[in-house]
Design a binder for this molecule. Structure first.
Ligand SMILES: O=C(O)CCC(=O)C(=O)O
Ligand SMILES: [Fe+2]
Length: 225
């Protein structure tokens, strides 16, 4: 990482380092949490994090709000993220229940989490390789730095099994994760020093057949609400 970039990241670095340590220790003490065998990134999974009924309920909510996805600096037409997505109602008691379960797993202040975003991929749709952490020199950097700061953790739940395709690929880690209903995938977007981790590069690969639904919550360095 160039020194120039490191300057941009300095503001949240100590917070992210401390947060990483706290979450890491909490997850290590939880027997339901599996840690991927790599030291390049912190990637975890929890099986049966939510039930099939809960998945169905979230899927119905996603179908109500999903629109062509955008990425912070891009439009749908750029073809980078061709899924449909939308935020589910953050005031819905059922959504709050799922959020509480996530907050509690990580031991993170609820106010640091963004609203849960649902995403649906039809055959051929994908989210090309990207980092979830924010990059400086973008149109959104100042705004996001002001509101919540850097993205620290990503918590993504697979809501259904996909007939073919739709894996989440972490190419730097040589890992390709097949969607499985109810599984939570969790990773720290920054390294142990609190700096953005390039090895967290990942993609939602094109669905080949069937449909894929995920629900994602990102946790920030500071209160987002
Ligand atoms: O759908 C996936 O497997 C990955 C989604 C993703 O990376 C994201 O929404 O940031
Ligand atoms: Fe992502």
């Amino acid at each position: 990482m160039t020194p120039e970039v490191a300057t941009e990241f300095r503001k949240d670095q100590p917070i992210l380092r401390a947060m990483g340590q706290r979450v890491r220790e909490r997850l290590a003490a939880n027997p339901a949490v599996w840690r991927a065998p790599t030291d390049k990134a912190e990637l975890y999974a929890v099986a049966d994090f939510i039930s099939a009924d809960e998945c169905a309920r979230l899927i119905a909510m996603i179908d109500e709000v999903a629109k062509p996805s955008t990425v912070f600096d891009m439009t749908y037409a750029d073809g980078y993220r061709t899924s449909f997505s939308g935020d589910v109602d953050p005031h819905d008691p059922f959504v709050k229940k799922i959020e509480r379960r996530l907050d509690d797993l990580l031991g993170v202040e609820p106010s640091w989490g963004e609203t849960v975003q649902g995403q649906r991929y039809a055959p051929g749709q994908q989210f090309k390789a990207h980092h979830d952490w924010f990059h400086p020199n973008t149109s959104y950097w100042d705004r996001e730095t002001e509101k919540g700061g850097q993205r620290a953790w990503t918590a993504m739940i697979y809501l259904n099994n996909v007939e073919a395709g739709g894996t989440t690929d972490f190419n730097e880690l040589n890992m390709s994760i097949e969607p499985k209903q109810g599984v939570l995938l969790l990773w720290n977007n920054v390294d142990e020093n609190g700096l953005p981790n390039r090895a967290t590069l990942h993609a939602g690969t094109p669905v080949v057949s069937g449909v894929k639904y995920v629900a994602t919550k990102w946790y920030r360095a500071r209160p987002w609400l």
